[in-house]
Each structure stands twice: as C-alpha cells, then as structure tokens.
Design a protein around this ligand. Structure first.
Ligand code: MN
Length: 203
C-alpha cells in the first residue's frame, strides 16, 4: 500500500510521552472526499501548515505567510514530513522543548477535489501531481474556497530544501480584497484565538 512507512519520520521526531500530538500508528483513509487542513503554528517562527490527504496520510508544507486569496500573491511553501490523518483534528500546545514546540490552531479545514484529475482525466491522481511538483486542487473550506496551485520551483532553498509556491487560482473565489489570515484568525473547530489555546492548554 502506498505511504505505508511514510509516517516513520513523523514518529521519529516526536516523544509521545511528552507531546499530545497523535502517535500516527497506522495509515487510515477517511471515508468520502479527501480532507485538507491548515494549522496556524506559533512555533519558534510563526507559520501555517498546509496539509492535503493523499494515500492515507497528510502531505504537508509549512507556509510562513499563510495562504492568500489574491492570485497575484505567491506564498513560499516548504515541504515537511507526512503527518497522520488524525492530525487534522489536533489543536493544542506542544511542549516548548519538544519538536515543533508551540501552539497549534486549526485555522481552516474541509475537503478538496483534484482539479488535474478532472481536467486531464489523470488516473494517477495526486501521486503524479506530487511527483511532478504540480498540484491543482479545489478547496471547500470554511475560510478558503476555490482553486489553489502548489508548484515546486526549480531551485532548492535554504538548507537545500525543496521550495514550492502556494498560489490562489483565478476563479470566482479569488478576492484580492480579503486577507483572511488577519481578519479571521480564530479556530474553525473551537472558535478560540491562538492566545486562548495557549493559556487554556499550556503548561
Ligand atoms: Mn508546523
């Protein structure tokens, strides 16, 4: 099964006696449409983790500035390790000395459709999109809707890491006047602010 051992890096980085994050013991597939989640992560450096369900895991990118609804904005997205599907519901505080230490807020969540599969009748699906470094999805979230592209750029960035760009596609959901990361900062599952999560669930 694809993705069978893809959570090893995730598990190796974490001590589950100390962090409340899910252990990700098994690869599970959600029923129905694949999910996406965007988690605001107030770690050593604030960023947004953009995650798409593919083959039973969450493929993940760290987006320092978060997503935009303006197609002219290209947002840097750096791939991170695959996360277990259960991580989509994780909101809380990772102890500060642990990997990714800081507060996590579920900023947006929903389902997505693979636009390349629909346009190109591409049966290889998201696996091919990942291999080719060209993802096009339609998000059905609470804050974000419409087409988004994730494109791998030619040149590796800092520390030879792959660099991708997250770009809003031009469609009826594009809106250069919206700035949802600042106007809608709260959690879509609990309505809390990042400060409330930190004070309620912190040490
Ligand atoms: Mn993160």
């Amino acid at each position: 099964m694809p993705g069978k051992d893809s959570l090893k890096t995730y598990r190796d980085k974490r001590d589950f006696r100390k962090t409340g994050e899910p252990a990700g013991e098994k690869v599970v597939t959600s029923s129905g449409k694949p999910v996406f989640v965007i988690q605001k992560h107030d770690a050593s450096r604030l960023h947004y983790d953009f995650r798409l369900e593919v083959d039973g895991v969450l493929k993940s990118w760290a987006v320092p500035k978060g997503p935009s609804t303006d197609p002219r904005e290209k947002r840097l997205a750096v791939p991170t390790e695959d996360h277990p599907l259960e991580y989509a519901n994780f909101e809380g505080v990772i102890p500060k000395d642990e990997y990714g230490g800081g507060t996590v807020l579920v900023w947006d969540a929903g389902t997505y459709r693979n636009l390349r599969e629909e346009k190109e009748k591409d049966r290889a699906g998201m696996g091919r999109s990942l291999d080719e470094g060209k993802i096009e999805v339609w998000l059905e979230g609470k804050k974000l809707q419409g087409g988004y592209a994730l494109i791998r750029t030619g040149k590796p960035g800092r520390g030879n890491k792959e660099q991708w760009l997250l770009i809003k596609k031009k469609d009826e959901k594009a809106d250069a006047g919206r700035n949802p990361t600042s106007s809608e900062p709260e959690s879509v599952i609990t309505g809390r602010s990042i400060e409330e999560i930190a004070s309620e669930e912190g040490e």
